[in-house]
Design a protein around this ligand. Structure first.
Ligand SMILES: [Zn+2]
Ligand SMILES: [Zn+2]
Length: 261
C-alpha cells in the first residue's frame, strides 16, 4: 500500500504542495508525516506524490511508473497537459522549424499512453501526426544511451557528494555525458527530462573535478590547466541555473534540488 492511500486528505497529483514520509520509531511505531511544501491558500486541495525524485520524469514514463508501482493512472493537471504545465519535459524538437523559432512535438492526449504526437506549430506542420511507434523509434535509442550513461554514473557513486577521490574513468564518463547532452540539443527541448537526468550526473561529476583541482587531489595531466577549472565552474553554474528554473516549474516550493525537502 502506498503512503498516500494512508493519508486520505492528500490527493495524488504530479503538482504537489505537500511532502510526506513515514517516521519509524525504535519501538516499531510508524507515524505518517505530512507538511506543506509551499504556502497553501485556504480551501486549496492538498496534493502529494509517492514517486519522490521520479516526479521529474516525463508524463508517459511517470504515469507508467505510477501505474506499475502504485496501480494508479494519474489524471492530474500536469498529466493532462501536453506541455506539462509549460515545462515541456517530454518535448521533441520538430525538424521543420528554424533554431530561432523552434516548435515541439508533444502527445495529443497525454492521458493515453498510446496517443499520437504532433507539432505545436499547426500553421506550419498542420495536423500531421506521429504514431507512438515513430516516437519510440526516435526516443528508444536516446533513452537507452542516457540510461546506460547515468546507470554507470550511479554505479560509480556519483551521488556521494563528499568523497575525496575521483578516477580518470569517472572524468571520462562526466565528459561523455556532457558531450551527449550537447548532441541532444538538436533533438530534445532544453528541459527534456532525459537531458535533466544527464545534467544532474554531469553536475555531480564536475563538482568532483572542481573540488579535485582546488584541493590538488586530481593529478591527471589534462586537468592541470587552470583554465579548464574555470570552464568547469562556469558550466556548473549554467547547469545549476537551468536545473533550478526547471525545478520551480515541476516542484514549486520546497525541493530537494534547493537542499530543502
Ligand atoms: Zn499526474
Ligand atoms: Zn513542426
Amino acid at each position: 500500500m502506498d503512503l498516500l492511500s494512508k493519508v486520505p486528505l492528500v490527493a495524488q497529483s504530479c503538482v504537489v504542495n505537500t511532502k510526506h514520509w513515514t517516521q519509524e520509531y525504535p519501538d516499531g511505531k510508524q507515524v505518517h508525516c505530512v507538511y506543506a511544501s509551499m504556502k497553501i491558500p485556504a480551501g486549496t486541495k492538498l496534493t502529494g506524490n509517492p514517486l519522490g525524485g521520479h516526479i521529474f520524469l516525463g508524463t508517459t514514463a511517470r504515469r507508467g511508473l505510477l501505474a506499475e508501482s502504485f496501480g494508479l493512472w494519474c489524471k492530474c493537471e500536469r498529466c493532462s497537459d501536453p506541455t506539462e504545465c509549460g515545462t515541456y519535459l517530454s518535448g521533441i524538437i520538430c525538424p521543420n522549424h528554424s533554431k530561432d523559432s523552434p516548435a515541439y512535438i508533444l502527445p495529443i492526449n497525454p492521458l493515453d499512453q498510446n496517443s499520437d504526437w504532433k507539432c505545436t506549430d499547426i500553421t506550419k506542420c498542420g495536423n500531421k501526426v506521429l504514431g507512438v511507434g515513430e516516437i519510440q523509434r526516435i526516443m528508444g535509442p536516446i533513452e537507452d544511451k542516457v540510461y546506460e550513461l547515468t546507470d554507470s554514473a550511479a554505479q560509480l557513486g556519483f551521488d556521494q557528494l563528499y568523497r575525496r577521490s575521483f578516477s580518470l574513468e569517472e572524468y571520462k564518463l562526466t565528459m561523455a555525458m556532457e558531450k551527449y547532452d550537447g548532441e541532444l540539443e538538436r533533438v530534445l527541448h532544453p528541459n527534456h527530462y532525459l537531458k535533466f537526468q544527464l545534467r544532474k550526473q554531469v553536475l555531480y561529476g564536475m563538482n568532483f573535478i572542481a573540488t579535485g583541482i582546488r584541493e590538488g587531489t586530481i593529478r591527471h595531466g589534462i586537468l592541470r590547466r587552470r583554465s579548464m577549472g574555470l570552464q568547469i565552474l562556469e558550466r556548473m553554474f549554467n547547469i545549476s541555473k537551468q536545473c533550478s528554473e526547471l525545478v520551480v516549474g515541476v516542484e514549486p516550493g520546497l525541493s530537494i534540488y534547493y537542499g530543502k525537502i
